[in-house]
Design a protein around this ligand. Sequence first.
Ligand SMILES: [Cu+2]
Length: 126
Amino acid sequence: MGRPTDFRFTVTGPDGEPVTGYEVEHEKKMHFIVVSRDLASFQHLHPEMAADGVWSVKLTLGADLLVAGDYAPRAPAGVSRTATVDGHTVTLSGDLVPGRSSKLTLQHGGKVRTVDFTALAGTGAP
Ligand SMILES: [Cu+2]
Protein backbone atom coordinates (compact mmCIF):
# COMPACT_ATOMS: atom_id res chain seq x y z
CA MET A 1 0.00 0.00 0.00
CA GLY A 2 1.05 3.56 -0.64
CA ARG A 3 1.04 6.59 1.64
CA PRO A 4 -2.09 8.60 2.44
CA THR A 5 -2.67 11.21 -0.23
CA ASP A 6 -4.94 14.25 -0.38
CA PHE A 7 -7.06 13.06 -3.29
CA ARG A 8 -9.18 15.66 -5.11
CA PHE A 9 -11.71 15.36 -7.90
CA THR A 10 -14.70 17.06 -9.45
CA VAL A 11 -17.87 15.78 -11.04
CA THR A 12 -18.35 17.64 -14.30
CA GLY A 13 -21.81 18.56 -15.55
CA PRO A 14 -22.99 18.75 -19.18
CA ASP A 15 -21.87 22.41 -19.24
CA GLY A 16 -18.29 21.37 -18.45
CA GLU A 17 -18.41 23.02 -15.02
CA PRO A 18 -18.03 21.21 -11.66
CA VAL A 19 -21.37 20.14 -10.16
CA THR A 20 -21.94 21.77 -6.74
CA GLY A 21 -25.49 20.68 -5.87
CA TYR A 22 -25.99 17.19 -4.45
CA GLU A 23 -28.81 15.42 -2.68
CA VAL A 24 -28.01 13.79 0.66
CA GLU A 25 -28.39 10.03 0.38
CA HIS A 26 -27.72 7.66 3.28
CA GLU A 27 -26.74 10.75 5.35
CA LYS A 28 -23.94 11.82 2.97
CA LYS A 29 -23.67 13.73 -0.29
CA MET A 30 -20.95 11.49 -1.64
CA HIS A 31 -20.15 7.85 -1.02
CA PHE A 32 -16.82 7.21 -2.65
CA ILE A 33 -15.93 3.57 -3.24
CA VAL A 34 -12.38 2.68 -4.23
CA VAL A 35 -11.88 -0.92 -5.33
CA SER A 36 -8.43 -2.41 -5.78
CA ARG A 37 -7.76 -3.79 -9.22
CA ASP A 38 -7.49 -7.36 -7.95
CA LEU A 39 -10.84 -6.94 -6.12
CA ALA A 40 -9.13 -8.07 -2.92
CA SER A 41 -9.99 -4.90 -0.97
CA PHE A 42 -12.12 -1.79 -1.11
CA GLN A 43 -12.47 1.50 0.75
CA HIS A 44 -15.73 3.29 1.45
CA LEU A 45 -15.01 6.99 2.05
CA HIS A 46 -17.00 10.19 2.49
CA PRO A 47 -15.20 13.09 0.77
CA GLU A 48 -15.85 16.71 1.70
CA MET A 49 -16.87 19.21 -0.99
CA ALA A 50 -15.60 22.78 -1.18
CA ALA A 51 -17.91 25.55 -2.43
CA ASP A 52 -16.35 25.33 -5.91
CA GLY A 53 -17.35 21.67 -6.28
CA VAL A 54 -13.91 20.18 -5.61
CA TRP A 55 -14.18 17.06 -3.48
CA SER A 56 -11.27 16.00 -1.29
CA VAL A 57 -10.54 12.95 0.80
CA LYS A 58 -7.50 11.36 2.42
CA LEU A 59 -6.87 8.27 0.34
CA THR A 60 -4.24 5.58 0.53
CA LEU A 61 -3.79 4.18 -2.93
CA GLY A 62 -2.17 0.91 -3.84
CA ALA A 63 0.85 1.29 -6.07
CA ASP A 64 -0.94 -0.14 -9.11
CA LEU A 65 -3.38 2.76 -9.30
CA LEU A 66 -0.74 5.30 -10.29
CA VAL A 67 1.47 3.23 -12.57
CA ALA A 68 1.04 3.96 -16.26
CA GLY A 69 1.28 1.25 -18.89
CA ASP A 70 -0.15 -2.14 -19.52
CA TYR A 71 0.06 -4.66 -16.74
CA ALA A 72 -2.10 -7.25 -15.16
CA PRO A 73 -1.70 -7.55 -11.40
CA ARG A 74 -2.22 -11.05 -10.14
CA ALA A 75 -4.44 -11.54 -7.14
CA PRO A 76 -2.37 -12.32 -4.05
CA ALA A 77 -2.36 -15.94 -2.97
CA GLY A 78 -4.99 -16.84 -0.46
CA VAL A 79 -7.62 -14.33 -1.53
CA SER A 80 -11.02 -15.82 -0.90
CA ARG A 81 -13.68 -15.39 -3.52
CA THR A 82 -16.38 -16.27 -1.06
CA ALA A 83 -17.62 -13.94 1.66
CA THR A 84 -20.29 -14.60 4.27
CA VAL A 85 -22.04 -11.69 6.03
CA ASP A 86 -25.02 -12.25 8.33
CA GLY A 87 -25.48 -15.73 6.97
CA HIS A 88 -25.49 -14.58 3.35
CA THR A 89 -22.78 -16.18 1.26
CA VAL A 90 -21.67 -14.51 -1.95
CA THR A 91 -19.26 -16.16 -4.35
CA LEU A 92 -17.42 -14.26 -7.06
CA SER A 93 -16.20 -15.93 -10.23
CA GLY A 94 -14.60 -14.64 -13.39
CA ASP A 95 -11.62 -12.31 -13.81
CA LEU A 96 -11.14 -8.70 -14.83
CA VAL A 97 -9.06 -8.40 -17.97
CA PRO A 98 -7.42 -4.96 -18.29
CA GLY A 99 -8.51 -3.10 -21.41
CA ARG A 100 -11.38 -5.43 -22.20
CA SER A 101 -14.94 -5.81 -21.14
CA SER A 102 -15.03 -8.63 -18.60
CA LYS A 103 -17.86 -10.58 -17.06
CA LEU A 104 -17.94 -11.34 -13.36
CA THR A 105 -20.50 -13.64 -11.85
CA LEU A 106 -21.86 -13.17 -8.34
CA GLN A 107 -23.65 -16.11 -6.82
CA HIS A 108 -25.87 -15.49 -3.81
CA GLY A 109 -27.90 -18.41 -2.57
CA GLY A 110 -29.67 -19.79 -5.61
CA LYS A 111 -29.36 -16.51 -7.52
CA VAL A 112 -26.67 -15.87 -10.09
CA ARG A 113 -25.99 -12.35 -11.33
CA THR A 114 -23.57 -11.54 -14.12
CA VAL A 115 -22.00 -8.07 -14.16
CA ASP A 116 -20.22 -6.61 -17.17
CA PHE A 117 -17.14 -4.57 -16.32
CA THR A 118 -14.99 -2.52 -18.59
CA ALA A 119 -11.64 -2.72 -16.84
CA LEU A 120 -9.21 0.16 -17.11
CA ALA A 121 -5.78 -0.29 -18.63
CA GLY A 122 -2.92 1.89 -19.67
CA THR A 123 -4.76 5.07 -18.82
CA GLY A 124 -1.57 6.86 -17.89
CA ALA A 125 -3.17 7.88 -14.60
CA PRO A 126 -3.32 10.28 -12.88
CU1 LIG B 1 -20.99 6.06 2.43
